[in-house]
Design a protein around this ligand. Sequence first.
Ligand code: KG4
Ligand code: ZN
Length: 345
Amino acid sequence: MTRHTTILAIESSCDETAAAVVRDGREVLSNIIYSQIDLHTIYGGVVPEIASRKHVEKINQVVKSAITESGLGWDEIDAVAVTYGPGLVGALLVGVSAAKALAYAKGKPLVGVNHIEGHIAANYIEHPELEPPFMCMVASGGHSHLVKVTDYHTFEIIGRTRDDAAGEAFDKVARAIGLGYPGGPKIDALSKEGDPKAIAFPRAFMEDAPYDFSFSGLKSAVLNYLNGCEMKHLPVNKADVAASFQAAVVDVLVDNSIRAAVAHGCKTLTLAGGVASNGTLRAAMKEAAEQAGLHFCYPSPVYCTDNAAMIGVAGYYAYQAGVRSGLHLNAVPNLAIGEDRTCTS
Ligand code: KG4
Ligand code: ZN
């Protein structure tokens, strides 16, 4: 009989309370997500204190469901993996504390996982052929990075945003045109009814750092456009604004990703993070990757936005690389990609 390595994973870095059981880094046996989105929508964004309190309320139920649904017993779980950063400190602490308690009570090793490395690892779930090295465009609510995945547990940052993350820009523009939170999926849907060429919003390219991004100028251009329409008493076609804004973001993400992959000798390009579920981005990146002769893949939407299965995958590879965190593991809200703070207090 093959000996499997099975990870119980916990994720609570923002507004999803999630737990999953993952086998051998590729097979998801259960993936439970309690989303708090409805709770935060009325405030127009995530309220950290409310997120922490809800995580406390839900974490035990979510973990219990993940284990029940996996059909396994604790004796078949090899380690407990948990997101310890980056994210909201209060939210992270709930997951970290729960994971420590379980690891201690059940006598299992604890493995601290970087949330962004988790997003990248989501690609392994549905693409058994995928292995490093590859280029990954990570675009979430708090992060936009171009990362060269040099090995399962080693990363090189090739480009980053200078200001807003791509998801943040989606959320701010959505708020400005009255679509509410979270903005990404709403802009994605509304754009289908709009003309992406209706308004010429700027595309920012950095001369000194060819793979970096900047979205704050684009965001200001959208706000200026809306103010201009209001002052001149002109009607605003929200679908055209959404489609034109989205096209500007997609152009920059696609252009930078393809150039980075080619320049760094990667044969494969992947997407990760909440923005990776954007339909226009996926289609445009696919077309550009094909033209550049790159193999291209991305996770299903459920593995793009926050979930614990991706933490179970990253946790498996960290566990295989020898990461053992100990009960002094702390939340690290500003944890960088590739940084290891699992052994510091
Ligand atoms: O990765 P994620 O779930 O959480 C973070 O780690 O931040 O990403 C959430 C972000 C939000 O900004 C949300 O608006 C954006 O991903 N997002 C999208 C789409 N779905 C989620 N952005 C564009 N198009 C989408 N379909
Ligand atoms: Zn995330």
